[in-house]
Every structure is written in C-alpha cells, then in structure tokens.
Design a protein. Sequence first.
Lengths: 308, 526
Amino acid sequence: MQAVLTIKGLSKSFGRRKVIDNISFEVYAGEVFGFLGPNGAGKTTTIKMIMGFLSIDEGEVTICGIDLKKNYERAMANIGGIVENPEMYKDLSGLVNLRMYARLHDGVTEERIRECVAMVGMQNRINEKVKKYSLGMKQRVGLAQAILHRPRVLILDEPTNGLDPAGIRELRDILKRLAHEEQVAVFVSSHLLSEMELMCDRVAIIHNGRILGEKPIKELLAQVAGKVMHRFSVRPVERALEVLAPQYGELIRGQNQESVDLEIGEDRVPEAAALLAQNGVSIFGVSRLEQSLEEAFLNITGGGNTIE
Amino acid sequence: MNKLFALYVNEMIKTLRRLSAVLILSITLVAMIGFGVLMRFTLQAASDYRSSDISGEDIKENNRQYIDSLIEMNGKKLFALQEQIDALPEGADTSSLLIEKERLDEDTARLTFYRENDILLDDRLDFRFEAREKLSSLKIDRFTLSQKPQLNEEESGKLAALDQKIAELNDIIGRSDFPAYINLLKRDIDADAALSSEDKTLEKELLDLRVQMLPDPLPPISAKYRSYGYNLETALSYLRTLKTSLKDDVDYRSPGSLIKPLDSKGRAQIQNDLAAAVYKVKNGIPLSNALDSDNASYITLKGLMGIGTFGAVILLIMLGGGAISSEITSGSIKSLIVAPVRRWKIVTAKLIALVTVWIASFLLIYAASIAVNGLMYGFEPGSSFVYAVGGRAHEIRYYLYHFVYLLLSFVPIFVYFVFAFMLSAVTRNTAASVGISMGVYFAGSIVTTFLMQFKARWADFLPFVHMQLADRLLMDSYTNYSAGSILGGFNLTSDLPVLFSVIYLIVMLFCMLYTAYDSFCRRDIK
C-alpha cells in the first residue's frame, strides 16, 4: 500500500513543555486511520502541525511524497480537513462559504460544490446563514468543505462531535466510501474507541505526546476481547479471597462486601465456582462484566486520567 | 498570484457583508447630508442677516442721510465759528480761525460731492473718495499758505505748484480718471524726498497692484460692495506687509520673529507668499477662501469632508483592527490556514482589501461631499487654490484642490489602519486593537497641539506632526498666518521639511507592516 501521509520524528514544545515527542506513523491510501487518545494527549496538536497551524519544531511531514516544509502550497493542496470544530463565516451562507473555500483551490467547479453538499445531505439548507446552523449541520458543511477539492488525505478531528446517531452513521458511511472507493487516506482522531471500532481500519494510540502503539483495529479488539471479567457474588468474601488467592491471585480485579471480580473467560468460570463451592463459600450468583472498550483503552493508556 | 487574487476576492466578499461597515458608512453619509442642509440654512440665515435684505438703494439712502447729518453738524460748527470771528476786535489775527473756517467749508464741499455722486463714506473701491479727500487737504494747504501776509520765492513756487495740482486733481475727479490719479500719486512718490529709492519702487509697485486689483467697471453698490472693498484693502495691506518684510529683512507677519533677521528659507517663503498673493490679486481670487465669511459653500465643503474623513477613520480602524484578530477569535481563520496558501498571502490579501476600502471610501466621501455641497449651493466651482514655488505662482482648480486636500487628509487614515492592522496581528485581540488605535487617533491631535504650543523640539519625532500633510502642503499661507495670529502666534505645523515627514511616514509604515507580517506568518495559531 502507498503511504500518502508520512509523519517522521515529529516533535513540538510549548515553552519548555514537550507536547509531541518524536512521533512517527504512516497513513495509507484507501484506509480509515484512527488516531486515538485521551483529552490532552496531543491529537489536535499533531493535526494542527500537519495542517500548518503550528510550526514544526522537529521532524518531517510528507504528503503524497511532498515535504510540507519545502513545498507548503503543493503539499497542502492534497489535504482537506476539519480541525476541532468547523468554523465558518457566520454572516455568510454555507454555500458562499464553500465557494470562498473553493476559490482557493484549483479546479473546483460549481457542480462539484453541489455534489459535495448533496453528499453530506445539506442541499436543503445550504443557502442559510451559517449562524443558523446547529453544530451537526456545521459538521456536515465542514465535511463538504474538506472534500471539495478531492484531497488525497482527509483529516478529521473528532468529526462525530455534535452529530446525532443517524448523522454519525452517515458520516461513517461517507468516510468508508471515500477511503475504500476513492482511495482517500482518511485520518480521524477521537477519544472514543467505540466509534473507532466501527469506522477505522487501523488505529494508533497516542498518550502524553507519544505513540503507544499502532495496529489494525481488529487486533486491538481481539486484545480487548480477551479481557472479560466475571463477578462472583459470594459470602463470606474474606473466605473466598483466601480460597482464590493461590490460583487466581493475579486475576482478582476488585472486591466489595458482597462480591469478587475475576478477570477470567467463560471457560474458566465453572472451575473457579467449583473451587469456591468446595471450600464452603456460598455462591449467590455469577455475572459477566462487560469490560467496555473505553476501559480497555484506559488500560492501554495506563489510566489517562491525569492530563499532563 | 491567482491564489492571492482569490484570497483578495474572498476578503472583499467578507468586508462587503460586514453589517457594521455598511452601517458606519451610511451614518457618515447621513451625517454629511444633514450637515450640508444645516449649514445651508444657518449660513444662509446669517448672510441674509448681513446683507441680502439691504438693497443697493437702501445703502445709498442711508449714506445720504448720514452725510446730511454730517453736513448739518458742519453748518452748526461754521455758524459758531463765524460768531467767534465776528466777535473779534478789528485788526486781530484771524488767520487761524479763518483756516479753521476754510477747513469746515471744504469738508462740507467734500461731503456734498460724495452725496451728489453717491460715493459711500469709507468707500474703498471708488478712488474718488480718496482723491476728493486729497483734494481737500491740498486746498486747505493752499489756503493756509495764501493766508501768509508775505510769500518768499520758494513759497510762491509752492503755491503755484499747489494751484496746478489742485486743478489737475479737480480735472481727474471730474473725469473719474483712475489711471491718471495713479500717475499723479506716482509723481508724488517720485517727488517725495523723504523716501529712499527702494521705498519709492515699493510704493509704486503697490500702486500698480492696486490698479490690477480694482474691478473694471466698478460693481454696482450692493451688500457685497463693502466687503469687496474691505478685501481689497486687506489684500493691499497684506502685500505691503510682505514687501516691507522683504525690504527690511524681517518677517512682520509673525510677532515672534520680529527681532530675528530673515534667513534664506524665510526669505524664500515670503517671496513665495508674495507671488501667490499677487497672483490671487491679479486673477480676482480672494486672498483667503477660509476666512471669507461670505463663502458658505467653501466652509460647508470643508466641513463635509471633515465629517467624511472622521467616518472613514472609524471604519478603517475598525476593519483593520479586526482583520486578523476577529478571524482568530471566531475560528474562521481555520478555513484559510487549511487552504493551500502561504500565510504571507493571507496577510497581503487582507491588506489589499483594506487599501481597496480606503480608496473606495475616499472616492465615496469626495463624491458625496461634492454632491451634497453642489445640491445645496450649486456646482459652480469656487476660486482656485494658489501656491508658489521658487517665486512662481501656480493655481489648482477648486475641485482638484479639494480632491488633493482630501487625499492628503486620508494619508493619516492609512497610517492608522495599518497601525490597527499591526495591533490586530500582534495582540490577536480586536477590542484592544481598535481601542488603542482610536485612542491614539484622538489623543494624537490633542497632544500635538499641546506640544506645538511649547515648541518642544523632540515633539518633531512623534508621528502625529508628520501626518498633517494636508495642512502643511496645502495650507494657504495667508490663512495660516491669520489663523496663527488668532491662536497667539504659534504655527500649527512643523518646521521640518515635508520630505522628512514623507520619509518618516514610509519608514513607520514599513516597520508596522513588517511587524504584522512577521507576527502572523511565524506565530502558531493555537
């Protein structure tokens, strides 16, 4: 596969604080690439460096083989995208906004504008002033704007913000179609793994300005899937812990006055239950705890609760 | 290049859709129309009060009545004098009383002459007023001389000369021959032993100018007649001041410099002012448009342009101060940054758009001023502006003069909006940029006036002085000095050469633009 967006050794400091630390990854044509990380991990900063908002302290950004630093305009001509929330000129209509943006690119016809408006389903309200739009509508127009000039790389920063479930699904379909049919490299950032799961082909996880890992979404899901928990409602809990400790000590994930949580798959539940029963622990119930993708994600990123 | 043009088109679309911009322009235009109408009616009322109600006939009638009262008074005095003479004992010396009597008789004769010919008392246009006065004094001189019991040879010669002169003057007045009268005055000057040859030339030159200035034929007596005469007299005395300044090497116009001899610059200045004044006088252009209180149209036009300039300052500072910061605040800058254009092109497009607005508002305000003024007073152009360089006078036609004046008044606006633009790029805060620029604009003129009063040398290096190009390049020297003397003798403009100011402004603009570009192109947009 051909890499259309290559990031190599990218670093950025704000003052003395290093926000992006030597990150590298590639995005290929025809894939939806997820850029996953908690708030403050550096997702938007990375995107802003790629899109020319922030200067690049160190490292290289190459778009379709063109170095961004050396040939800014030619490289940027291949990128389309939305950074944070889509912002437009509020006193102008969506259509005028699109036309203004189209003027800055070569070869965007009026037809193409109409086509993109139709693609995001805004044809009925495109002549209204942007200040009357909801966030979701702005997202739609923003997306139309981002794809107007048929970019080879489409970069979207948290694109599902403000969209209703139907809108999210539409967006997902549009992105998949762009990637798989038109061979666009779609780069989507998000802090929601569940969203990524449905949208992306491959994800990279960023935390504290570093890339923790980069793998196909299926592998990540498989990794998460292995981590299933079961909650044993038992009495007395102390006795149960005693009994379980030798064999399951490392798998005990939580406890309270009524239950013990074990990180084991279904296959091992009878075994554990038998052990407890044999040692005089009353079992009132066993329930499967669905570990959410978010929790798995938190596990991978080591909590991620503190924004540094 | 086409990217730059596309950006420029976008900027213009954004600007034109700005409600506040349209609003400010509309308010300015409405204010201009309102001002025009107001001026038309207040000034009209004032000038009605001054003049139009009084017809030429009324003036003449008043004049006659006044003369009659003077003649009557003379009659009473004469009667009293006659009684005094009669009361004197025989053989007493009556000569001084007789001279007094002759004086009164002559005065009555003179007033009668004025009355018969409808010559106004204090008439400055009709030379016969002055000539008849001269005649009276000659006659009294002659009478005084003739009262002497014995005349020596010199005195008899003098008497004969007086007789001849009286006859000649009588003849001139009778024929109403102005050139002949001037010739007579010139001969008098030549004959005056007290005058140096320099003085003689000067006086004769002034007489020539007087001939050139006098309208031929004289206008009929009307409300304007008096002010016409007054202007003529003012002009003559101004020319005399300038000429004597040159002769005595001292600038008599500015009270402060009386003690200092003229330097070459001051001399050249006076020569230029003189050339301009002479040109005006010769071409029937009033010495000063601004000080001519009858010239309502001129005053209104200046006011209209002042209002327009003020509106344009607010408009452009507002647009300039928000050009970059408001886009960053609202986030709409994103669509520009994401687009494949280098940042310097974004700045340049914004600047060109602002310059376009600057030019457009200049043209609009010029057109609106002329239109409003024209609708109120008619489109007849007023008198030209006259300036002189190297002793040669040049004329700028009325409408062109106002065009250039307004254009020069727009130069500071250019500087202020670039300043606001720079602040917008540096602070990224619209309120601060607009507020600071407005503050500097309003404080600037106050501070300058204040500093000028103290003639602080270092104030020359403040930017404000250098922005008043319109007043420095196109200020009428006559008006300037007249206004200056009203304000206590200080000159509102800098002594520095205009070229220095122009270079100063260019350097300042360059620095501000560099700062703006550097700040926008290099700093992160977070």
